[in-house]
Design a protein around this ligand. Structure first.
Ligand SMILES: Nc1ncnc2c1ncn2[C@@H]1O[C@H](COP(=O)(O)OP(=O)(O)OP(=O)(O)O)[C@@H](O)[C@H]1O
Ligand SMILES: [Mg+2]
Length: 321
């Protein structure tokens, strides 16, 4: 298998505190690796090591075939990095910020102009391009920051919480940008606190907590950790709820829950359960308005693995800020 980047046993200590305690991760070329974890889990530390901004105390990381410590200069030429906190210059305009990066990258004038134009359009910043960045909203800065990370057309892109602070519409636009990058063959590492984002974009997900990997796999594999699918039924007549519940319990042999009023849910026991439930409901003549096989979402996974929801994390962060 060809990995675009790969880390093994990364350890990072700050004094007595161990921020990373042996992190392994890898992404195949042309895929998106999602890195999930609560605040303080070690996501930014991991990204900074891969991006050569921080040296690991142990372990090693290979990015684009180059060692991040021994060949840091080469790695830097291959990657684009967008940090968790915007790093563009407030006194310069959007265009000037991007052009400056183009010059730092030694691009030619016409190439710089073409890329700046394209990126400003991609990130919906064309209208604001001539204004100093200090007049931009937080979301606009964040988008410019992302554009800046792409000026060098990097083969590998590290995005540390790229959509934090973006409104839902702009988030979706950014998802589009990530999908286009991947379609062009770019490999992306994305940290996020939005599990729907990881679900929508990531081919594989590594979950980190307290500096250790606590799970990894495809979104579907992670969802299986929470115990697979459920059958969800809403009887047309609420008076049939008990009867319906009895059918679900008998067929699956599992405990039936009512996640909301008028709806019953039961974990799938074995492969034939869904068909058997459909047949039995028909046989005892219970009409339903809703009947579905449902996968758990990543919020369920996160809760199971870390003991709290991602939303709680976000709330705590908001309170701390
Ligand atoms: N320079 C530093 N000195 C001391 N401790 C640090 C330093 N940088 C990070 N840490 C600690 O290392 C741990 C991991 O931090 P990191 O920024 O990697 O977490 P994160 O997963 O990115 O969190 P967040 O979701 O809040 O961005 C945290 O406990 C943090 O306080
Ligand atoms: Mg971080």
């Amino acid at each position: 298998m060809s990995y675009a980047f790969q880390a093994e046993g990364l350890v990072k200590r700050y004094g007595d505190f161990t921020a990373l305690d042996g992190v392994d991760l890898a992404a195949e070329a042309g895929t998106v690796l999602g890195v999930l974890g609560p605040n303080g889990a070690g996501k930014t530390t991991t990204v900074r090591i891969l991006a050569t901004l921080l040296r690991p105390d142990a372990g090693r990381a290979i990015v684009g075939g180059c060692d991040v410590v021994a060949e840091a200069g080469r790695v830097r030429r291959l990657i684009g990095l967008t940090g968790q906190f915007a790093s563009v210059d407030g006194e310069l305009t959007g265009t000037e910020n991007l052009a400056l990066i183009g010059r730092l990258l030694d691009l030619r004038g016409n190439e710089i102009r073409a890329r700046v134009k394209r990126l400003l359009a991609d990130f919906d910043l064309t209208e604001a391009a001539r204004r100093p960045v200090k007049t931009y909203s937080g979301g606009m800065r964040r988008r410019l920051d992302l554009a800046a990370g792409l000026m060098g057309r990097p083969a590998i892109v590290f995005l540390d919480e790229p959509t934090t602070g973006l409104d839902p519409a702009k988030r979706e636009e950014l998802w589009g940008v990530v999908r286009r990058l991947v379609a062009d063959g770019t490999t992306v590492l994305l940290t996020t606190q939005y599990l729907d984002e990881a679900d929508a974009l990531a081919d594989a997900i590594t979950v980190i907590d307290h500096g250790r990997v606590i799970a990894d796999g495809t979104p579907a594999e992670l969802k299986r950790i929470v115990g697979g699918q459920s059958i969800v039924v809403r009887p047309a007549d609420e008076a049939d709820l008990d009867k319906c519940g009895a059918v679900l319990a008998t067929v699956t042999g599992r405990r039936v829950d009512s996640p909301k009023r008028g709806v019953l849910s039961v974990p799938v026991g074995s492969d034939g359960d869904f068909t058997a439930v459909v047949g039995e409901l028909d046989r005892v003549r219970i009409d339903v308005t809703e009947l579905a096989l449902q996968l758990p979402d990543l919020d369920d996974v996160f809760f199971k693995l870390t003991g709290h929801t991602a939303a709680e994390e976000t709330e705590q962060e908001a309170i701390a800020a």
